[in-house]
Design a protein around this ligand. Structure first.
Ligand SMILES: CC(C)(COP(=O)(O)OP(=O)(O)OC[C@H]1O[C@@H](n2cnc3c(N)ncnc32)[C@H](O)[C@@H]1OP(=O)(O)O)[C@@H](O)C(=O)NCCC(=O)NCCS
Length: 198
């Protein structure tokens, strides 16, 4: 069961896992190197809330649905879809737990034969954004997928979602296509991909 305590602060986005940041097409080693910092301080050296990145549990589902709703509003998963994603992909479904609730999640699904995984969801509550949380969630997922011997991670992102695109680029993802109507009318998406070092 994946469960890692981290303390996150405003500087985390810049100090986290330098090993993750790779050139556009080169294979990227996402495993932590000795000396990588696993704990971070706030911008003024002030420790900020201790968070756990952990696997989602069945009892999280009601509040995970609320979290998803708060982040994605009209594009949130219906509860029954979230439930079944948990059933099928629960071991690659991570949440950020700040003790009093959940502040973010990331979900990945690996296609049969295990070569390619898709990031199906990544989100952080608005009041927690810009603190490195999204990067921690995705970095931990990439680490797990590397351990799974996955070769390539793909995702789709709305072309004007600059925050998300910047995060993905900073972790080495590159655009491999643009698909108009990917999610139907008005659902244009960029497809981004990252090769993992195995
Ligand atoms: C995308 C999202 C998950 C990022 O989470 P976050 O916790 O705010 O991101 P982080 O603080 O970890 O930032 C990581 C990187 O993302 C980029 N980023 C995040 N916020 C940004 C902003 N406001 N402006 C520009 N870049 C930004 C930067 O590259 C940043 O790295 P840096 O801090 O070293 O500059 C968050 O904005 C979110 O939940 N958005 C709504 C849901 C969504 O769009 N999900 C993605 C669907 S594909």
């Amino acid at each position: 069961m994946f469960d890692r305590s981290v303390a996150l602060g405003a500087s985390a986005g810049r100090t986290l896992l330098p090993a993750l940041v790779g050139g556009p097409t080169r294979r990227t080693d996402v495993r932590a190197r000795p000396g990588d910092r696993r704990e971070w301080q706030g911008e003024e050296g002030r420790p900020e809330g201790r968070l756990r990145v952990r696997m989602v549990a069945e009892e999280d589902l009601p509040r995970l649905a609320l979290l998803d709703q708060a982040i994605f509003v009209g594009a949130a998963y219906p509860y029954f879809v979230l439930r079944q994603l948990f059933d099928v992909h629960g071991d690659r479904f991570l949440v950020l737990d700040h003790g009093a609730g959940l502040s973010g999640y990331v979900l990945a699904a690996t296609v049969p034969r295990g070569q390619v995984s898709w990031i199906l969801g990544l989100g952080v509550l608005k009041q927690y954004r810009g603190l490195g949380h999204g990067r921690v969630l995705l970095a931990e997922m990439l680490r797990l997928l590397t351990d799974d011997q996955v070769g390539e991670v793909r995702l789709s992102v709305e072309p004007h979602n600059a925050d998300a695109v910047a995060l993905y680029r900073s972790l080495g993802f590159t655009e491999v296509g643009r698909r108009d109507g990917y999610f139907g009318r008005g659902g244009d998406r960029l497809i981004m991909a990252l090769l993992l070092k195995r």
